[in-house]
Design a protein around this ligand. Structure first.
Ligand code: HEM
Length: 110
């Protein structure tokens, strides 16, 4: 069964970039411990678009769904428990889903 890639596409106005990056710098760090989690990258746009990509890869759809239903909510609750959530840095978001059908890395010596 192939891994599944879930990319959250965030629309971030120029004046909110720093806010967004700071929030990710102090992200919960919960996703790393989720069953079936394989990879995370926060990708900053450098070609003039305002779309940051939150790249995540999972063993399968079920692993992603399980994270979404539990740890994800906690991880998106920054600040003190019970405190009001700060205004979101992103003005929009869309999730893209892909099956990984091929992958490779550099050849290793030997
Ligand atoms: C309304 C939609 C969403 C917005 C605006 C958003 C934005 C954010 C922000 C600002 C953070 C940094 C932590 C925080 O301040 O809360 C974060 C964490 C994160 N987001 Fe989202 N997010 C959204 C939905 C999603 C979805 C659907 C995914 C799945 C691909 C995702 C993947 C992640 C991951 C993996 C982290 C890091 C969690 C950790 O460290 O445990 N987000 N998100």
């Amino acid at each position: 069964m192939p891994s599944v890639v879930k990319i959250n596409v965030l629309t971030v106005p120029a004046e909110q970039r720093e806010v967004l990056e700071k929030r990710f710098a102090s992200r919960a760090g919960v996703v790393e411990s989720s069953d079936g989690f394989e990879w995370f990258e926060l990708l900053r746009p450098v070609d003039g678009t305002d779309n940051y990509l939150v790249y995540t890869r999972w063993r399968d759809e079920a692993a992603f769904q399980a994270w979404m239903e539990g740890p994800m909510k906690q991880a998106h609750q920054s600040g003190e428990a019970g405190a009001e959530r700060p205004k979101p840095a992103a003005s929009g978001s869309t999730v893209w889903t892909f099956d990984v059908i091929q992958q490779t890395g550099p050849k290793t010596e030997g």
